[in-house]
Design a protein around this ligand. Structure first.
Ligand code: ADP
Ligand code: ZN
Length: 210
């Protein structure tokens, strides 16, 4: 099963991807996490991406397309994968099609902008493995500590309010048109994501009949 998670920043793509990852036993490929990892490791790509990311802008298509292509060629992707945060532009979607990968479902998590801006201030992420949390709606067992790996939970620089607004604007302009792109391909499933995490998960699993 090959799945794409679509939706605004903070819509809950990563959270639902983690559920599907467990459910199907397939890896999540998060371009955001991969770029942050590259940055942490001080790679050339990471340094190049930093300025875009910190401003809430998209990293250039050719950079992300390159890292996704490489990642999808690894062995653990053979039995399926979940793409979280890619594609984010029409050229990225076209590049994915050109790679010859078959996508079964594109799950579009729909959340109003007002809800997004409220949510983002409480979002935390594991510094080590990238798993997302929320200080109210998705708490770890122990405050500030990742359930999966024991890593420290931090607030991302690009989750600060001004940057969130910039990211939302980019989302509406560049990423939202992908819903129509995949609707035409017959792959789009729309899921309401404004309520609880559990309600969204239920809707996601139902939509793909898992
Ligand atoms: P969110 O899903 O909350 O927006 P991500 O962690 O997926 O957060 O992405 C954070 C940032 O990483 C984006 O704002 C962008 O700068 C960069 N990025 C991630 N994926 C892509 C992509 N597919 N194309 C371009 N930039 C990307
Ligand atoms: Zn972790």
């Amino acid at each position: 099963m090959n799945i794409i998670m679509l939706g605004a920043p903070g819509a809950g793509k990563g959270t639902q991807a983690a559920v599907l990852c467990e459910h199907f036993g397939i890896p999540t490929i998060s371009t955001g996490n991969m770029i942050r990892e590259a940055l942490k490791n001080g790679t050339e790509m990471g340094l190049k991406a930093k300025s875009y990311m910190d401003d809430g802008k998209l990293v250039p298509d050719e950079v992300v397309i390159g890292i996704v292509k490489e990642r999808l060629s690894e062995d653990d992707c053979k039995k399926g994968f979940i793409l979280d945060g890619f594609p984010r532009t029409i050229p990225q979607a076209e590049a994915l099609d050109a790679m010859g990968v078959e996508i079964q479902y594109v799950i579009n998590i729909d959340v109003p902008d007002e809800t997004i801006t409220k949510r983002m201030s409480g979002r935390r992420v594991c510094e080590n493995c990238g798993r997302p949390y929320h200080i109210e709606s998705l708490k770890p067992a122990k405050d500030g500590v990742c359930d999966d790996c024991g890593g420290t939970l931090v607030q991302r620089k690009d989750d600060h309010p001004d940057t969130v607004l910039a990211r939302l604007a980019v989302y509406h302009k560049e990423t939202e048109p992908l819903a129509e792109y995949y609707r035409k391909q017959g792959k789009l499933v729309n899921v309401a994501g404004k309520d609880t995490v559990a309600a969204t998960t239920e809707a996601v699993l139902k939509a793909i009949e898992a």
